[in-house]
Design a protein around this ligand. Sequence first.
Ligand code: SF4
Length: 248
Amino acid sequence: MYDPVKRAEDVARIVARGELRKYYRFRPARFYGGIATADCVGCSLRCIFCWSWRQVVTPGAFGRFYSPEEVAGRLQGIARKKGFDRVRMSGNEPTISREHLLGVLEHISPDILFILETNGVLIGYDETYALDLARFKNLYVRVSLKGTTEEEFSRLTGAQAGGFTLQLKALENLYRAGVQVQPAVMVSFSPAHNVRALRKRLGQIAPGFENIEIEELVLYGNVEERLRRAGLKCDTAHEPADIPPEQV
Ligand code: SF4
């Protein structure tokens, strides 16, 4: 079992250099009604179902370094060309380099919505991260919970169970700081009673958090093989053919 905060520091040494951060792709996507997307490299977790697994396990082998200004320029260029009013950082974990992330936000026009997709661990670990993010009124944060309990989190990510508590703490820190935030939850491995219990737990953090966005597994690449080796079963997986690749 690894400590996800310590892993974030270790991975940051590979994928971040001062204000620079590694990315492996920039693209338009159909999610959120159309959004410009920057896929960064490197994550603090190792989810067994991750669809960008290769970038997670070998971050040194992918992408190149970009400045915050370059990233914002590329995102806004795609958005302008496609007529989108929103951009996002996705792929791996955007929060690993705080200096870079805040730099990108500084360069995004206030009339463009920036969607931050994060596992939240670092924002839960340090509440000042949420306060830094609260400066940006065009920011919406989607915290993706890995399972519904501490135990499920550990089973799905291989990380210490406290990482799940940090995910919930991120929601609390962001809510208290005044950031627009909602939880999303991977439920494909969770019994219904655990999902119900999580809704209750989330509702105690903030009103509306019990309305979780449900995430279900998509069997990209060798996900099925990884699940088999880990002895994990899932009844609600989707085939990649069900979902257009540009929506990922
Ligand atoms: S947090 Fe996201 S990017 Fe990181 S390993 Fe999990 S699914 Fe992959």
